[in-house]
Design a protein around this ligand. Structure first.
Ligand code: PMP
Length: 443
């Protein structure tokens, strides 16, 4: 009997070992990790260099409170993150995960304006199709109604605009450029409605992860978003917790949009799951406002800058750079996409195949022509997950509701070390699992 409260209240299989891209459970069954958990395990499991770095750090200093000490591991990670960051980023703030990073970024944005005497600013704008974490602030700005609904009375006020979701929201008569203008135009209209002087920031995931499955923006959408934020004097926070740290083929997803944020959140692939870690990357003007104002950021957590987490993340990032794994993300990402198109491109119940790098997804529909989704009560995504696990495959299926439209998606985010044969096996098992799940739902 388990004494743990599990997510689904049902005890999942017991993992007893994990190496490379494979998990083994207590019964000896193996599973290919094709989603890195939730796009976390970018290096795969049991990497000796990362384990050695964690051991070294444990021997040296396992924990030091940042109110008393800094450590070589935390300083080294900060140096590395800033050196590789988008233009203007000057500092990193280390926390323990994605939600903590989002909370810290929201408070940094508010304090930035407070330091400048603009204390009337209180509005944050985000998008309906988004997930920014499960803590109350992050949940408030997130747009996933399923996760928010019963907690709504506890959530701070936040404002939501339409996502950039070409498959469902781009009109047939509209070019990408026209759609980018219309979708980004919603931000301008919302800022105008709230009064630019009252707005703190706009928050968005460059490639949407956990609400809709690897939805990339259309070209120039984020260029316009950046320009609208600048013109109205509000901050741009990019949440790259899921899509960042190499997942899409460049270290940061925003590089492919040709923009830099004021604040950026990262987690998941930062430590690759070897330790819990996240970070906020902030630009110089935010750091300067704190330095010239109160002299500190009014925030903090007991485990921020944790040396073992920092050492693990530094090692993960060093291996990715040393082994040029982003080249493999691009090559295997393209191959995975090709194989997904082969398997699902003409499938009667797959409406869209999309993504970037090793961050790819399929969207399931009851009818390809009308794009009608499956009845949420059928819980197709749960059937797919069970059928995939049965076949020794970990994928990340989700159901979501965007503007009243339910969608079932399967997200794939395999480790960056995945090879061609692995991709073939992943797609073959997924294809079987999807068909078996569809048959179950139809029955
Ligand atoms: N932001 C995004 C974009 C995410 O995908 C997630 C996690 N799925 C979070 C924030 C929250 O991160 P965590 O679960 O580490 O708190």
């Amino acid at each position: 009997m388990t004494r743990l409260l599990h997510r689904a209240l049902k005890t999942p299989p017991m993992a007893v070992s994990a190496e490379g891209i494979t998990f083994t459970d207590a019964g000896g069954k193996t599973y290919i990790d094709a989603c890195g958990g939730a796009a976390v395990s970018c290096l795969g499991h049991g990497h000796p260099d990362v384990l050695a770095a964690i051991h070294r750090q444990a021997d040296q200093v396992a924990y030091a409170h940042t109110g008393f000490f800094t450590t070589e591991a935390a300083e080294g990670l900060g140096e590395r993150l800033v050196a590789d960051a988008p233009e203007g980023i000057s500092h990193a703030y280390l926390v323990s995960g994605g939600s903590e990073a989002v909370e810290a970024a929201l408070k940094m944005a508010r304090q930035y304006f407070a330091e400048k005497g603009e204390t009337q600013r209180r509005h944050v704008i985000a998008r309906r199709q988004s997930y920014h974490g499960n803590t109350l602030g992050a949940l408030a700005v997130g747009g996933n109604e399923w996760r928010r609904a019963q907690f709504r009375p506890l959530l701070m006020e936040a404002h939501h605009i339409a996502p950039c979701y070409a498959y469902r929201e781009q009109r047939q008569t509209e070019s990408d450029a026209e759609y980018a203008v219309r979708a980004a135009g919603e931000l301008e209209a919302k800022i105008e409605e709230l009064g630019a002087e009252n707005v703190i920031a706009f928050v968005a995931e460059p490639v949407v992860g956990a609400t809709a499955g690897a939805v990339p923006p259309v070209a120039d959408y984020f260029k316009r978003i950046r320009e609208i934020c600048d013109r109205n004097g509000i901050l741009l926070i990019l949440d790259e917790v899921m899509c960042g740290m190499g997942r899409t083929g460049t270290l940061h997803a925003c590089e492919q949009e040709g923009i830099a944020p004021d604040l950026m959140t990262i987690a998941k692939g930062l430590g690759g799951g070897y330790q819990p870690i996240g970070a906020v990357l902030l630009n110089e003007k935010i750091h300067d406002a704190f330095a010239q104002g109160s002299g500190f950021f009014q925030h903090g957590h007991t485990y921020m800058g944790h040396p073992m987490a920092a050492a693990a993340a530094l090692a993960v990032q060093e291996v990715i750079a040393r082994d040029d794994l982003l080249a493999n993300v691009r090559a295997m990402g393209a191959y995975l996409r090709e194989r997904l198109e082969d398997a699902f491109g003409q499938h009667a119940n797959v409406g869209d195949v999309r993504g970037r790098g090793l961050f790819q997804a399929i969207e399931l529909v009851a009818d390809r022509e009308t794009k009608a989704p499956f009845d949420p009560a059928a819980k197709l995504n749960k059937h797919i997950k069970a059928q995939a696990m049965e076949r020794g495959l970990m994928v990340y299926p989700m159901g979501g509701t965007i503007d009243g439209v339910h969608g079932d998606h399967v997200l794939l985010a395999p480790p960056f070390v995945v090879g061609r044969e692995d991709v073939d096996t992943i797609v073959a098992r997924l294809s079987d699992a999807v068909d078996a799940a569809l048959a179950e739902v139809a029955a």
